[in-house]
Ligand binder design. Structure first.
Ligand code: DC
Length: 227
């Protein structure tokens, strides 16, 4: 996969060292909502790394690659032309110059993404791309391995979870009928960078919280940790 240099960025912190807030957790836990709220609060860029794994999956499917076939996935990935661009406060991965947008949320992508995300070559490449995004400035990055693998040195890390029934209902409320527990099982048991709570991460259970309560809880912890 080639990654041409992105267009000039509007870095919010050109002089200071960029800050990274890592938000990991299960599907439907509410981590996206809290990540976006934090990005707005601090004026940092929001990065959804799940979309990056979805983009590779979408590209594989477009090329007719069988996502169970590791060699085919790696071949398709190497032909991918990606770049990153800040769009409305988020850093978005473009494929062939365009944002695949809602196509990344299709059922076919959702069903295959855990297969693609377990391929070591895919993870190596995307983790390197994710680390390099600090060139844009400070980030709120959400995913599964941000506090454990991508930015283990950040002191600002959170693990967000909720009861499986609550998570399934949230996904259904968002219009998706995916099997969150099956996906989490695949994500948690894969060999490379499984979904785990990183050492030093602050655990947030959103089952009985409103979005505002969760954001307030995380902001209070960030303050306690010196942000
Ligand atoms: O957050 P999401 O549902 O859009 O993520 C899609 C898939 O990508 C999910 O099944 C796990 C995988 N993923 C990952 O392995 N590592 C990340 N940092 C982010 C997502």
């Amino acid at each position: 996969m080639k990654s041409p240099q992105s267009e000039p960025s509007a870095s919010p912190t050109p002089a200071a060292r960029p800050v990274v807030i890592a938000i990991d957790g299960t599907s439907g836990s509410g981590k996206s909502t809290v990540a976006k709220a934090l990005a707005r609060h601090f004026g940092f860029f929001h990065v959804d790394t799940g979309s990056m794994y979805r983009a590779v999956t979408w590209h594989c499917l477009q090329r007719g690659a069988d996502c169970n076939d590791t060699a085919a996935v790696v071949r398709a990935m190497r032909e991918m032309k990606s770049e990153f661009r800040p769009i409305s406060g988020s850093i978005v991965m473009l494929l062939d110059g365009a944002d695949p947008g809602e196509a990344l949320r299709s059922e076919a992508v959702t069903q295959n993404v855990s297969l693609v995300a377990r391929v070591p070559e895919v993870r190596t490449l995307l983790v390197a791309e994710q680390r390099a995004l600090v060139r844009f400035g400070s980030l709120v990055m959400e995913g599964r391995d941000i506090g454990s693998v991508v930015f283990p040195e950040t002191p600002f890390k959170f693990y967000v979870d909720a009861d499986p029934a609550v998570r399934a209902a949230r996904r259904a409320g968002d219009g998706y009928a995916d099997q969150v527990t099956r996906r989490d099982q695949l994500d948690s048991t894969r060999k490379v960078s499984p979904l785990v709570m990183a050492p030093g991460a602050f655990f947030v259970d959103t089952s009985r919280n409103t979005q505002e309560q969760t954001t307030a809880l995380v902001l209070a912890e960030l303050k306690r940790r010196g942000l």
